[in-house]
Design a protein around this ligand. Structure first.
Ligand code: PGA
Length: 272
């Protein structure tokens, strides 16, 4: 670093203070208003007195609960949606737009989750369109990618992940890349209680960086986050996040239990 170059100093500082992300994907749960309120009460109580100086805590409930969550969110708790439609508005019965999500208080949106790919045939090309509308509306996309067991065992992991990442970032400017939070979610680890080894996650982190290096400079990539997701539990937070130096976690089932979710957040925030 050149002494006296304020710009370089600023960049260095930004890299140092990069926040960790602890994201809860509540999926299609919290079936009643009563259940939702109980959950929010429990989460609020759990957060009291806790400081998450180095972590951003984000909850992604079903669309119908977004507004209620928004009213309860605070400085420590941010809000995201689980999906959006690839057009900004129009005659698209049953769909929800980026603008609507933003209007009810969301700052984030999950895109390309493996369950969307599996049950709704969503592709990385569609994710690219969704990423673009999300960015246009001022939302931060949380882009999920990852291989299936068969793809890993068949030796295709590199091709699969390269394709998923390059397709998703097609036409994205460096400034916008930094707003995307990438989440490596091996499909075989989602909902299975099986997690990859530290070195397997680390390999994907290196691969992710290498893929992006073909299109963006090191500074831009240094300011872009990569999380791990798939069967995250507090007892594994160190193995899946801290040891492979990931920038946080995307939590499914355990985010339905506020105490456990906050425990994961504390471990990662305190880097222990
Ligand atoms: P899980 O889900 O933590 O329940 O495995 C993760 C996810 O789907 O993001």
């Amino acid at each position: 670093m050149e002494i006296g170059n304020p710009n370089k100093k600023r960049i260095k500082l930004m890299e140092l203070i990069m926040k960790k992300y602890i994201i809860g994907n509540l999926k299609m749960h919290l079936l009643t208003i009563a259940e939702r309120e109980r959950y929010l009460d429990w989460m609020e109580k759990g957060m009291k007195g806790k400081k998450f100086n180095d972590a951003e805590i984000i909850l992604c409930p079903p669309y119908v609960h977004l507004e209620a969550f928004s009213q309860r969110k605070n400085k420590k708790l941010k809000l995201g949606a689980q999906n959006l439609f690839q057009e900004l508005k129009g005659s698209f019965t049953g769909e929800v737009s980026a603008g609507m999500i933003k209007a009810v208080g969301c700052e984030y949106v999950i895109i390309g989750h493996s369950e969307r790919r599996k049950y709704f045939g969503e592709t990385s090309a569609l994710a690219n369109q969704k990423i673009k509308v999300a960015l246009k509306a001022g939302l931060n996309p949380i882009y999920c990618f990852g291989e299936t067991r068969a793809e890993r065992d068949g030796g295709f992991i590199k091709d699969v992940i390269t394709n998923q990442i390059l397709t998703a970032v097609e036409g994205i400017s460096p400034m916008n890349l930094e707003k995307i939070i990438f989440a490596y979610e091996p499909v075989w680890a989602v909902g299975t209680d099986v997690i990859p080894k530290v070195n397997e996650i680390l390999e994907v982190r290196i691969l992710w960086k290498k893929i992006l290096m073909g299109k963006f400079n090191a500074k831009t990539i240094g300011r872009t986050s990569l999380l791990y997701g798939g069967s995250v539990k507090s007892k594994w937070a160190k193995e899946v996040c801290i040891d492979p130096e990931m920038d946080g976690v995307l939590v499914g089932r355990e985010s339905l239990v506020p105490d456990e979710f906050l425990k994961i957040a504390e471990i990662i925030n305190n880097n222990q």
